[in-house]
Unconditional design. Structure first.
Length: 359
């Protein structure tokens, strides 16, 4: 009789504990220092949040702080007062604000993606940082561009001249550039690259203007690394019948929903899997294995970057080129090819590389 009572009591306690666990939903907020709809970086982060909501049953909130930097730190401070389990924030321009706010809320946990806080400043043991090896994925984008510009594909021309459109001239964007140039020169040491910077990540009109200038100068493939501003490059490629390589999200699949005519101009996209990395980090947090107070760099080996392999890529890009990209990817993963990085590179070294491909 006593054993039976003990079993019943144990079962009731288990049911009680499970009900508490079920009701104590994980609460996670994503603060964007911009707006959704860029079909790139911010949309990828939001997609990750939706997956977290679906797979982990978390309560999520996505806050669009807009492009005005004066609103970013107050927004982060307000969120930190609300008792979220996790606050997720990203892009290098937010590092200073995380460094200012996180030490004031030592019990609050933060995930900072696409950059790293300066842990030497102290008080940041509650921050986990994710950096991406965008230089590795961009190496593949450069190799593809170099092969396409020398090909007989419909929108290619005989000139070995490719382009790069960056949002801003700072280390993360230049990390894309360094990998892109290295990959292109791996295929053709004499390749030339037209390099432009929009100055922000939102001005699609300026992105289009700069891209049209590149294409009119003879560029037939350009790499869009400019967020929402880069949508102008896709528009430009469509107008003048050239090629573009997208960034962050699979932009061909995004465009097929409302502008399918543009997809034949998008060779592929260099994916920065913000979505996957956030899902992975939150799952590790739930398991208790996420290490706060440190930064991790994720690349091809971890599946955090790479070229989109969709139906348009397979339709547009010849099989021999796709096989070459797979071969190069394997060589990067196993260490046969070491991709250079803009991080730690002096301005003089950077300018020397840019000059080496100037027409």
């Amino acid at each position: 009789m006593k054993k039976r009572i003990l079993k019943v009591a144990t079962l009731l306690m288990l049911v009680f504990l499970l009900s508490i666990t079920a009701s104590a939903k994980l609460r996670i907020a994503l603060l964007l220092n911009g707006n959704l709809g860029d079909m790139s970086f911010f949309d990828s982060a939001a997609a990750g949040m939706k997956t977290i909501e679906k797979e982990l049953g978390a309560t999520i909130k996505i806050i669009e702080a807009g492009p005005d930097p004066s609103k970013w730190e107050p927004a982060l401070a307000d969120l930190s007062e609300m008792g979220w389990d996790l606050i997720i924030v990203g892009t290098p321009t937010m590092a200073e604000f995380v460094e200012n706010i996180a030490p004031l809320y030592p019990k609050q946990k933060y995930i900072f993606f696409d950059g790293s806080v300066d842990y030497s400043k102290g008080g940041l043991d509650n921050v986990y940082s994710i950096q991406y090896k965008q230089n590795e994925g961009s190496f593949l984008a450069g190799a593809l561009a170099a092969m396409v510009t020398s090909s007989n594909l419909p929108f290619a021309n005989p000139e070995k001249y490719i382009g790069f459109l960056g949002g801003m001239d700072y280390p993360i964007i230049n990390d894309f550039l360094i990998g892109y140039i290295q990959g292109a020169k791996y295929i053709d040491p004499d390749i030339k690259v037209s390099i432009s910077y929009v100055g922000n990540f939102v001005d699609a009109a300026k992105g289009k203007e700069l891209s049209l200038a590149q294409y009119n100068q003879g560029v037939d493939v350009s790499f869009n690394v400019a967020g929402g501003a880069g949508l102008g490059q896709i528009e430009a490629a469509y107008e003048v019948k050239k090629y573009v390589i997208g960034v962050d999200s699979d932009q061909a699949l995004l465009f097929e929903k409302h502008s399918p005519e543009k997809t034949e101009h998008i060779l592929t996209s260099m994916l920065k899997r913000v979505d996957n990395s956030l899902v992975h980090a939150v799952k590790r947090y739930v398991e208790g294995t996420l290490e706060f107070g440190k930064m991790e760099a994720l690349g091809l080996k971890e599946g955090a970057v790479g070229l989109a392999d969709n139906k348009y890529y397979r339709q547009i890009v010849p099989e021999e080129m796709r096989k070459k990209i797979e071969e190069l990817s394997d060589k990067i993963v196993n260490g046969e090819i070491i991709v250079n990085t803009a991080f730690g590179m002096s301005q003089e070294e950077l300018e020397q590389i840019r000059s080496s491909v100037r027409k």
